[in-house]
Design a binder for this molecule. Structure first.
Ligand SMILES: NC(=O)C1=CN([C@@H]2O[C@H](COP(=O)(O)OP(=O)(O)OC[C@H]3O[C@@H](n4cnc5c(N)ncnc54)[C@H](OP(=O)(O)O)[C@@H]3O)[C@@H](O)[C@H]2O)C=CC1
Ligand SMILES: O=C(O)C1=N[C@H](C(=O)O)C[C@H](O)C1
Length: 262
């Protein structure tokens, strides 16, 4: 793998005109282990950090004709487009790092199918801090049976999906540690007393907040608040490129970001 051999991997970026696409391209320009050899976007955009951005409709042909070949595609777009881009990469034998969130079950399955053909690493959050938060939340949930749990996420006012993919991942972790918690209640209004088995879920949208996640656990006169704040989107771009360098050259299959951090 690049990190072990010292070689630089060739990365294709989809959504190159987006918040994260731009961050990934800019972050890659400061690294020795990867270079962006292909960037695409649905709508026309000017070059990003000196990288020309092609029409996303041409991605299959561009991947097939790339010489040298692209090693890893990095995708931070939207669910319907992400499925298309990952299928194009799989068809071209290109590994995929997928950061897009908001997939429905059918779209999740389509992304998973690509792992039959190429290495696929999908993560709702590419920050090391959230990986640490997940471990802390799982341990706390297991250590505090019967406690009430609430999850709150806060993001910039341009975020489309709610709750965040990270919040959904945290909810999965909590429910695995606390099987008695089996109902997700999204917001509250009117006459809405807490019921047994529920986890409250809240999504806030404001300013250009990169991403904050808080898990509250309360019971027996104890209150536990576990919180992660991303200082900027650079955190996620760095993690995604770390994942790309780690994934390049591996066998086809589904991989997890926690493996990259080991
Ligand atoms: N896993 C992680 O660590 C992180 C994940 N994310 C996720 O990445 C995704 C993109 O976030 P962000 O960069 O802020 O979004 P933006 O809206 O800023 O960018 C989206 C980019 O993808 C393109 N795009 C292609 N298809 C779609 C589609 N169906 N819907 C929306 N955009 C599309 C857009 O092109 P065009 O402009 O032509 O529409 C745009 O260039 C989100 O799902 C977000 O949750 C974000 C940060 C970290
Ligand atoms: O849309 C964003 O910005 C982010 N989305 C991801 C999510 O939905 O969890 C990750 C991060 O919180 C930023």
């Amino acid at each position: 793998m690049a990190a072990e051999t010292g070689d630089s991997i060739r990365v294709a970026v989809t959504g190159a005109g987006g918040r994260m696409g731009r961050e990934v391209i800019e972050a890659a320009s400061d690294r020795d282990d990867c270079e962006v050899s292909l960037a695409v976007n649905r709508s026309p955009v000017d070059p990003v950090a000196g990288v020309e951005v092609a029409d996303a409709a041409d991605l299959p042909a561009l991947l097939a004709g790339a010489d040298p070949a692209v090693d890893v595609l990095v995708d931070f777009t939207g669910p319907d487009s992400s499925v298309e881009y990952v299928a194009a990469a799989a068809g071209a034998g290109v590994a995929c790092v997928v950061g897009t969130t908001g997939f429905d079950d059918e779209q999740e399955a389509a992304i998973a199918d690509a792992a039959d053909a190429v290495p696929v690493l999908r993560a709702s959050n590419f920050s090391r801090g959230i990986a640490a938060l997940r471990r802390a939340v799982s341990a706390a949930a297991a250590a505090l049976p019967g406690y009430d749990v609430e999850v709150t996420e806060t993001h910039h006012n341009g975020k489309v999906d709610a709750p965040s993919g990270t919040a959904l991942t945290l909810l999965d972790d909590i429910e695995e540690a606390r099987p008695d918690l089996d109902e997700r209640v999204h917001g509250r209004e009117g006459d809405a007393p807490r019921t047994d088995g529920e986890i409250g879920v809240h999504a806030r949208r404001a300013g250009d907040i990169a991403g904050e996640h808080e898990v509250l656990m309360a019971g027996d006169e104890n209150v536990l608040e576990l919180t992660h704040r991303a200082g900027s989107r650079r955190v996620f771009a760095a993690g995604a490129l770390d994942a790309a360098a780690w994934l390049a050259g591996r066998d086809a299959g589904a991989y997890d970001f926690t493996e990259v951090l080991e």
